[in-house]
Design a protein around this ligand. Structure first.
Ligand SMILES: Cc1cc2nc3c(=O)[nH]c(=O)nc-3n(C[C@H](O)[C@H](O)[C@H](O)COP(=O)(O)OP(=O)(O)OC[C@H]3O[C@@H](n4cnc5c(N)ncnc54)[C@H](O)[C@@H]3O)c2cc1C
Ligand code: FES
Length: 1295
């Protein structure tokens, strides 16, 4: 669907593959026989438009708008501060709206399910809170805010009134009732869509076109066509055929049509479970178990049962459990019908068996379970919800009547190899065996022998998968033991108490959150908005989809679309570029290469250049070689795929930090800081530890991908550039330089940015130059919107680190000497890597005073895409290294990590390792308050108690302090300017150099102007940031936007007020409008610029001394987690954050920043994993492979308190810049996980030290919780499985 062409721009494009939910719409269909209307949410990006014949589509525009009336869902999302950058807000609205259309009083489980398919690096928690606010039961609401200080008031909310909703279009209803169903055929440019209405017709079609896929939900065929170049000239859509939609209850089970959606299957099974006796529903329960977490709700609403089965993907969550449960497929082809067990299609181990290309699946028979039969399903995914499984399993056992002797056993695994696989031999061998420990032992050995996984090539999780294979079986073993006990408690002892908790999977609950902040002084004027929780200025527009981003801009006459062609080699000479075939493509206008750049193609901000188009050689996979411009996005992409580039591979290809060190490949300069006498101190300490930690990179995953619209003006080489950037001035500079025109001809405009996190600086400059060069060459407007895959491939992200450390300390925990080295993977160009290295050194001490300290950092030059600035800028990595050695010292001394932290924390006025003074009073206050608010010690005792009572599940708790220095290191980088106009009607137009990217800067600036001019916020408007109104603005980075622009806005407003003062003095009782009118009549200028020179910051790297920061933020976070030792899965139970951010200008916005950054930190430290092939190709290029935190990862209890009575003399209104600091506190989850793992290892007598890397994924947790299963897996690497002796199971208390 192309919302663009109908100007419905509220539906956003975030990934194109059904993974992010930004494009969610509501589909409504009418069923004439039942006269029922069905509403369901769906991802527009995968919905074939032909499938919508007769359906009504509601986009966010249809829900409510500022022109008509905003819907209660939109109102709550905005007013409860549930939007930041706003790009994903329409998708959130549509999911909740659809839920409410179907259930005006939804349960929190239903709300969680509705939000599970949503991606946002910002604020999923805030959305949960907004969704709760007044839309559902009050009790839940109270749980959310059991404190007096509120971020919003529910009194003003409109109630939900279902009678106000749009009705289903009567003409569609009439059409459904009156028009006989007939075959529909739609012919497109390249494809034909045929939708038959009878089974016979379908079989004829399939016989005629055996290669044509049957498309129902398009969730498998769609991504293959979009991303893997598969093309189908004909598709057949069988969804309207009754036989494929049957739901029949039979004596022995349920028969479900193959076209039934997975949501429908879920509902039917849920009902069946409540209707049938428990004994008969074990298969249903097991299938339901998988359906709960399979995809997101939008996927399940359209994806079909048949599609999931027939796709035969290795990641199918249904095939293993359906196959194990003896489900039967009803197949048909022209003149033939037959039934086969589903297990047959996996019989040859590669999933190729049995079904011919003419055959279709009509329905699936899911049998009732029998007496003595037990069925279970398991899955482990990189994230608990809406993530494809790493490994899954379906298992069924049938016992001889009244015994524990195995009569029949069925085990299927998914995710292990390219399709679902059956452990046939194992099952046959175990028939006749008792369900006991000997059987378990043999089963595990047989399974490992039978399920042979191919060796690990590109970091495939082979060992983890093998461990899961046996761990899942063990879990099944325990479940069945427990069921046997239930059946016959006298004969079967069941599972020991301490094992039982592992039988329960982690559940996602609606997070309960508390926000505490200091209310404003009661004497503050009611009109003065500073310090109040004001809604984001664009909140309502976000929620209604009216907020405009670059790709929403109307098309310009003659506009062309640009698609980039990128290098497929990491390091190679370009031998030739053949564009002939691409140029023949439909709608292709031109191909742009380095030769078309009129002036600068290489930008030297340091010794090595940043490059627009690769000229003679490529230095990473994903480097832009050339670009195609065509009349549509599709044509441009099709042609781009036809450009042929011949390469000659160059050596060496350096991908990792280790390889860079080996080849001495670094960007200069390397940096070092030193204080005290480190070497001497090492000689006097009681203990020394040495170690290293690897910290992976992180994808920015802003929701709005890189976007540019370059519009040549036709005169004087002027060009307007509409761009999603956090630094318009650098875009202007780079575009002007590339075109060889003065900067005054290039106007950059930024209305708002759909998230940036540091990723929209230099990289955006290069992309804007690509578009501008194309626009210049073609004299046409050129639009460049990167697909998610290209964005992830091209733009790099957070720098991976290796931190090596040597730490000397006394037995009482005092750390005396530290020597650390940070190697950072900069990628192929310098970008800001040296700065990142510097900041990592300046902030590495975190909250600790180390008397003798030496630290080094160097940026490794590799053949990966160049990494860039990212929220926190090196601090999240170097401080994680610090906290790692802190815990290392705790391990060695036997003291707790919090004791080591306390002992070494800055306590009194002190100097950093580069001689900057600091007063740590608020650090101590945050720490103590966090200790108290989290009830740390009593909860730690409870954790210890829990761990004693639970063998396979363990809890962990950790508290981490933070000192976050604020500053940009040098004065000129923090200068800022503003421009304020007052019009004769008294309205005020404000602009400044800051960029709105979700952090609420414009809202805060309007608050500042409102206070300064003493007028209501409603009289002040912000239009856009532009190089035309504010020249040379510094980038909006480093948490500094509000600080510096706030000063400039204040300055401009004060200038104006000063001019108005004589008029006000003369007529003190006059109104604002009176004064403005008078000022105009007196020829007083009503326009003023404001300027802030910047902070006096400096750093002398030669001396290793300076004042690079202006002030410090402080904070502390305590997190508690629970892990499942069998799978490595974990749940974030609770987090308490206390943060010193001075006097907040807008606590709602600031707390949102803390929460969002914290969750992004959880992503960095525990789940986000970038994977590259050995050739340097990024494999994780979309939300299906790269997992950022979702609703299931928000701590169940989450509290953020702002430290009261904190002042900051250096920033506007005593506030502190808060954009980045919260991210690091996500590491409290990392250390809580470490605590849980430590407890496992201590219990198992694994006393040797262990190191954990970031992200601390389920795979790593599982591997660190070493047990007989992991040992068995590692033994199979070296000796044949059948040669492994029987295990003496170390687990206490088994039968
Ligand atoms: C974002 C996302 C997340 C996902 N997460 C999960 C997950 O966690 N677990 C999981 O198991 N799956 C997951 N999936 C996969 C999804 O479940 C399957 O793609 C879906 O079930 C396929 O059904 P469909 O109707 O969309 O198939 P379509 O794409 O319409 O068709 C798929 C294939 O099945 C064939 N086919 C369909 N119906 C029939 C029939 N009746 N007879 C013969 N052939 C037929 C078609 O010819 C085609 O080749 C996910 C998919 C997406 C996009
Ligand atoms: S754009 Fe459709 S799900 Fe991401």
């Amino acid at each position: 669907m192309t919302a663009f062409s109908v100007r419905l721009t509220g539906t956003k494009y975030g990934c194109g593959g059904g993974g992010c939910g930004a494009c969610t719409v509501m589909i409504s269909t009418y069923e004439p026989t039942s006269k029922k209307i069905r509403h369901y949410s769906a991802n527009a990006c995968l919905l074939p438009i032909c499938s919508l014949y007769g359906a009504a589509v509601t986009t966010v525009e249809g829900v409510g708008s500022t022109k008509t009336r905003i819907h209660p869902v939109q109102e709550r999302l905005a007013k409860c501060h549930g939007s930041q950058c706003g790009f994903c807000s329409p998708g959130m609205v549509m999911s909740i709206y659809t839920l409410l259309r179907n259930n005006p009083e939804p349960t929190s489980e239903q709300m969680i399910a509705a939000l599970a398919g949503k991606y946002c690096h910002f604020l999923i928690l805030r959305v949960c809170v907004s969704t709760h606010a007044g839309l559902c039961v009050c009790a839940l609401y109270k749980l959310c805010f059991p404190i007096s200080t509120r971020l919003f008031s529910t009194d003003e909310f409109q109630p939900l009134d279902p009678t106000q909703e749009l009705i289903f279009p009567p003409e569609l209803m009439r059409m459904a009732e009156n028009q006989p169903k007939r075959t529909l055929v739609f012919c497109g440019e390249r494809m034909t869509w045929i939708s038959p209405v009878s089974l016979d017709e379908l079989l004829d079609l399939k016989a005629a076109h055996p290669k044509a896929p049957l498309v129902v939900g398009n969730t498998s065929v769609g991504p293959e066509m979009k991303f893997r170049g598969v093309f189908h000239p004909i598709v057949i859509a069988p969804a309207r055929i009754l036989d494929l939609n049957v739901v029949t209850h039979m004596d022995d089970g349920l028969t479900l049509g193959a076209a039934c959606s997975l949501s429908l299957v879920k509902d039917i099974l849920t009902n069946a479970i409540s209707e049938f006796p428990e004994e008969k529903t074990k298969v249903f329960c097991a299938v339901l178990q998988q359906l709960r977490t399979l995809g997101g709700e939008q996927i399940r609403n359209v994806a079909s049962l048949g599609g999931n089965i027939i796709s035969r993907k290795s990641t199918s969550d249904l095939n293993p459990v359906l196959a194990a449960s003896n489900c039967v497929l009803n197949l048909a082809s022209k003149g033939r019908k037959r039934q086969i067990p589903l297990s047959d299609i996996f019989a040859d181990g590669v999933g190729n068996n049995t079904i011919t290309s003419e055959e279709i699946l009509v329905s699936v028979h899911i049998p009732h379970s029998r007496k003595g039969e037990y069925v279970s399903a398991f899955r482990q995914a990189p994230r608990r919800e809406n993530a494809l499984p790493i490994t899954n399993a379906g298992m069924r056992v049938l016992f001889e009547d009244g015994t524990d002797i195995i009569k029949d056993l069925s085990i299927f695994y998914g995710g292990a190899i390219s399709t679902t696989i059956c452990a046939k031999q194992t099952c046959w061998t175990l028939i006749g065996r008792h369900w006991n420990e000997q059987m378990l032992d043999e089963a595990c050995r047989l399974l490992l022998q039978e399920i042979a996984l191919p060796g690990s090539a590109s970091g495939e999780k082979v060992d983890y998968k093998k461990t899961l294979i046996v761990s899942f079986f063990y879990r099944f073993f325990l479940e069945v033991l427990q069921s046997l006990k239930k059946m016959d408690p006298c004969h079967y002892p069941g599972v020991p108490m301490e094992y039982r908790s592992v039988l329960q999977d982690f559940q996602t609950k609606m997070p309960q959150s508390i926000q505490i902040y200091q209310d404003i002084d009661p004497s503050q004027s009611p009109q003065d908005p500073v310090g109040r929780p004001i809604m984001h200025q664009s909140g309502i527009m976000h929620a209604t989809g009216e907020a405009v981003y670059v790709d929403d801009l109307p098309s310009v006459d003659g506009e062309l679309f640009l698609a980039v062609v990128t290098s497929s080699r990491a390091h190679a000479k370009i031998v030739s570029i053949d564009t002939s075939e691409a140029l023949q493509g439909p709608g292709v206008f031109d191909i742009i290469t380095a030769h078309d750049v009129p002036a600068t193609n290489e930008f030297y901000y340091s010794d090595d250049p940043e490059i627009i188009f690769a000229r003679n050689k490529v230095i990473c996979v994903g480097q832009i070689v050339c670009a195609v411009v065509a009349d549509s996005d599709v044509h441009a992409k099709q042609a781009a795929a036809k450009v042929k580039i011949e390469y000659e591979v160059l050596e060496p290809v350096i991908l990792t930090i280790e390889e860079a060190i080996k080849h001495n490949s670094f960007f200069e300069p390397k940096r070092k800081l030193e204080q005290g006498n480190v070497d001497q101190a090492f000689e006097t300490v009681d203990n020394i530890i040495e170690g290293e930690i690897h910290i992976g990179g992180q994808e920015h995953f802003y929701m709005e991908t890189q976007s540019v619209l370059a519009v040549p003006k036709g005169e004087d080489k002027e060009m307007d550039v509409y761009v999603s950037t956090q630094h318009p001035a650098i875009i202007q500079e780079m575009v002007a330089a590339s075109l060889g025109v003065p900067a005054n001809r290039i106007m950059c405009h930024v209305k708002r940015v759909g998230g940036a996190f540091g990723g929209k600086l230099l990289k955006t400059g290069l992309l804007a130059s690509v578009a501008a060069v194309a626009a210049n060459k073609t004299s046409r407007a050129v639009r460049l919107i990167l697909s998610r895959g290209d964005d992830m491939l091209i733009t790099g992200g957070r720098h991976p680190f290796i931190g090596k450390y040597k730490v000397g300390f006394m037995n009482d925990g005092r750390i005396r000497a530290v020597d650390t080295k940070y190697y950072i993977n900069a990628g192929c160009t310098p970008d800001e890597s040296i700065l990142v290295a510097e900041v990592s050194l300046l902030k590495m001490d975190n909250a600790y005073k180390i008397p003798n300290l030496r630290c080094w950092a160097c940026a490794c030059k590799t053949n990966l895409p160049s990494n860039a600035a990212f929220r926190g800028f090196g601090f999240p990595q170097s401080a994680l290294v610090t906290e790692t050695w802190i815990t290392g010292v705790a391990d060695k001394t036997g003291l707790s990590p919090e004791k080591i932290r306390e002992i070494n924390m800055y306590k009194e006025n002190a100097q950093t390792h580069f001689k900057q003074k600091l007063d740590p009073q608020n650090l101590i206050r945050c720490w103590n308050e966090c200790m108290e608010k989290s009830a740390y010690y009593s909860r730690k005792t409870a954790v210890i108690e829990f761990n004693k009572q639970n063998y396979w599940k363990k809890k962990g708790i950790a508290i981490v302090p933070m000192k976050f220095p604020f500053g940009l290191g040098t004065r000129y980088l923090s200068q800022a300017a503003a421009l304020v106009h007052i019009y004769t009607d008294g309205s005020v137009l404000l602009t400044h150099g800051g960029i709105e990217m979700g952090q609420g800067i414009h809202t805060k600036m309007i608050q500042v102007a409102s206070r300064e001019l003493n007028i209501p916020m409603s009289r002040i408007h912000f239009c856009e940031t532009s190089t035309r109104t504010v020249p040379n603005a510094c980038a909006s980075v480093g948490s500094a936007g509000t600080d510096v622009n706030g000063m400039a806005v204040k300055d401009a407003c004060q200038t104006l007020l000063k001019r108005l003062q004589p008029i006000i003095n003369k007529n003190p009782k006059g109104t604002w409008n009176d004064w403005i009118k008078e000022a105009f009549e007196q020829s007083v200028s009503l326009s003023a610029t404001g300027y802030f020179r910047g902070y006096d910051e400096n750093m002398d790297w030669e001396k290793g001394e300076g004042q690079p920061f202006t002030y410090f933020l402080y904070g502390a976070a305590c997190s508690e987690v629970e892990i499942n030792c069998l799978t490595g899965d974990h749940k974030n139970l609770r987090t308490d954050i206390v943060m010193d951010i001075g006097c907040s200008i807008n606590p709602a916005v600031d707390i949102g920043q803390i929460e969002g950054a914290f969750v992004q930190g959880i992503g960095l430290y525990t789940m986000e994993e970038l994977k590259y092939s050995p050739e340097g190709v990024l494999c994780t290029r979309g939300p299906d492979q790269y997992k950022i935190p979702a609703v299931c990862d928000i701590p169940e209890q989450f509290s953020v308190s702002l430290l009261s009575s904190s002042q900051n003399p250096y920033a506007i209104y005593a506030s502190k810049g808060i954009g980045e600091a919260g991210l690091f506190l996500g590491c409290s989850v990392f250390f809580a996980l470490r605590d849980a793992v430590t407890s496992v290892r201590n219990e198992r007598g694994l006393k040797n030290t262990f190191s954990l890397n970031s992200p601390l994924t389920a795979e790593q947790i599982r591997a660190s919780c070493a047990d007989d299963f992991t040992e068995m897996v590692s033994l199979t690497q070296v000796i044949p499985t059948n040669a492994i002796q029987s295990f003496y199971w170390n687990f206490p208390g088994l039968v």
